[in-house]
Write a protein that binds this ligand. Sequence first.
Ligand code: HEM
Length: 501
Amino acid sequence: MSSLVGAAVVALVVFQVFRKSLKSGASSLDAIPSVGVPGGLFGFYVGAWNYIKNGRDLTEEGYLKNPGGAFKVAFMHRWLVIVNGQAMIEDLRKAPDDFLSSAEGNNAMLHLEHVLGYEQLHDPYHVPVVRTSLTRNIGICFPSLRTEVVAAFEDLVPAKTDEWITVHAMQTILPVVSRVSNQLFIGLPKCRDPDYIKITTQFALDVAKDALLLHLIPSSLRSLAARLFGHLETSTRNIMKHVGPMIQHRIEMDDKYGPDWPNGDRPNDLISWLLDEARGHPERRTVRNLTHTLLHLNFAAIHTTTQGFLHAFYTLASHPEYVQPLREEIESVTKSEGWTKAAMGKMVKLDSFMKESSRLAPGAAVGVMRKALKDFTFSDGTTVPAGTLIALPILAEHHSQANYTNGGAFDPFRFSRMREEAGEGIKHQMASLTHDFLTFGLGRHACPGRFFAVNEQKLIMAHVLVTYDFKLKDGVSAEDEWVWIVGSANKTAEIMFKKRS
Ligand code: HEM
């Protein structure tokens, strides 16, 4: 049976690749140089395989060979055009959505409408909610976020002052981040429920698996395949067991009282902010729709934040010389400010450290995916036809000597030094968007959750620094793991903790 399924999958892959490569052969991208794609009848397939094996290096090669220009790579079953340099990045940033679509770019990568829900792609009203209400409430909700960080570490890293304990880094930080994020999304008690946390952390992995499967399936069969083999339905059902009655109650109360509940009892959380934005839109005010949105935002928030945190944490654990200056800053700021959002804003060395870590490990070699909905011409005259997938080589831009002095080296206080220069304060903060720091994307569709993500990462790091001594188990370095274009923080590393006296 399994060999039959295997044969069917292989046949579908070959069919898909062959069909697309015929199309791509006829495309008008011929003027754009390709990288990693040999000539010949099967050159495209070989190039696609080369890119799966060496996506990071081929992107770097294309970047170095085509400075300030465009190149293309064989990307699964289509061409991906990668553009670089300040002028082309600015073209991409400014392009209106009806020319270069971020939603369709992400959909082409992840099949969002099948793996997250149809309305999540076609009615993304959660984006302004995250950008405005969620972001504005970080300061007000900060005490609960801090309480959750402390409680999560007490549960998951129960270290004492007199002995070292060892924990698995990824399996510890993922639930910490899920608990803290869900404290803001739905609050206690559910944000601490182990089964709820397990579903939220597993969902992102299932999304990635489902998207990969759907890449192998012809578009006409994707909806059926997603229903038969995908995880959205099961995850929705499982999460509804936890939050369904609560969401139903919130909708009913909102219908009855609007935002002004008797005694001012309305929770200040994501569900309320979504309901505010959903007023007058009955299709948004259903348990199912709100559950999908909750799952979607867990998907967007948890693994990204965990990856960024872990990479910085591994760097710190293997460079103990950076611990003291960071601790001094955190202890001095919290002494005068307490544990507040304003205090996080004043931790400029910590911000610099986290940003520098993210500069060298933005999570992927390429990002900021856009799909051309109409033919699009860049300012250097390069034209791509409607249907083309376009991206930026974020890792290569982050390493580039053109953007950064000694760009390949980790310089923890690079950005705090820049911030000291007059008038350059805000520009060099981690949450700021610039053409040479692309971890959070660019333009109108840049990550709306970045202010929360940065505050959360800094809060967790500050807590760890003042609470524990820590080191990598056996001093083994925790290298990133690269697959295709995705670079993940090490998944197997273990960290030893001892409580500071
Ligand atoms: C370190 C953590 C995070 C990283 C590195 C990250 C990165 C990104 C990137 C690269 C994009 C696409 C930007 C573009 O195409 O220009 C994005 C989009 C998005 N992110 Fe984040 N993100 C993080 C955390 C979060 C959090 C905590 C939330 C929610 C609370 C969130 C919600 C979203 C949403 C809703 C979008 C879609 C925006 C749109 O379509 O306009 N992200 N994120």
